[in-house]
Design a protein around this ligand. Structure first.
Ligand code: GAR
Length: 188
């Protein structure tokens, strides 16, 4: 149930790339306390800095996942993050990290879960002859793309679609769905 205090939780967004979903969340007025990335050269980080957001960037390469996640956790704690939103974050979080944040990590995935967990979702939907694709926002658990689905948006697959054309159409839906569902999630 949404509370009626108007108080929302502070969100940390994790990205690995261009960060268009992060931009949609910021522009929708989500209270973004930190944008963090495992790719120090992620394009989305520059956008976040340009928009005055706090950022954290560290590659696990060379230091290993435990040290990387420990440092990420410190950054999230320093920023007083309460909810983590994965937005094109392309690295698996460890079971220990997920357990420490149990029920407080959400992700956007470019398929109608439980269909097409993992990668290459659009090519797989087209190859299967599906009439519809879409995107899902779900709670992150230790099992890949398997946590509770909080919301979905359907997108038609059109004749002649290739994976890139479908991805572009689904991305527009992602930018609508994620802010709406996350805004509900940070109020509950
Ligand atoms: C988005 O389509 C997102 O759903 C997908 O990566 C893209 C990131 O774009 N995420 C996954 O595939 C997660 N398994 P963005 O960086 O522009 O938000």
């Amino acid at each position: 149930m949404p509370n009626d205090t108007g108080v929302t939780k502070r969100v940390g967004i994790l990205i690995s790339g261009r960060g268009s979903n992060m931009m949609a969340l910021v522009e929708a007025g989500i209270d973004v306390a930190l944008v963090a990335s495992d790719k120090p050269d992620a394009a989305g980080l520059a956008w976040a800095r340009d928009h005055g957001l706090s950022t954290f960037a560290l590659s696990p390469k060379g230091i290993g996942k435990p040290a990387y996640e420990a440092a990420l956790n410190v950054a999230l704690g320093d920023a007083e993050v309460e909810v983590i939103a994965l937005a094109g974050y392309m690295r698996l979080l460890s079971d220990a990290f997920v357990a420490a944040w149990r029920g407080r990590i959400v992700n956007i995935h470019p398929s109608l879960l439980p269909k097409y967990k993992g990668l290459d979702t659009h090519a797989r939907a087209i190859a299967a002859g599906d009439a519809e694709a879409g995107c899902s926002v779900h709670v992150v658990t230790e099992e890949l793309d398997a946590g509770e689905v909080l919301g979905q948006e359907l997108v038609p697959i059109l004749p002649g679609d290739d994976a890139d054309a479908l991805a572009a159409r689904v991305l527009i839906a992602e930018h609508r769905l994620y802010p709406r569902i996350l805004a509900e999630f940070v109020r509950r």
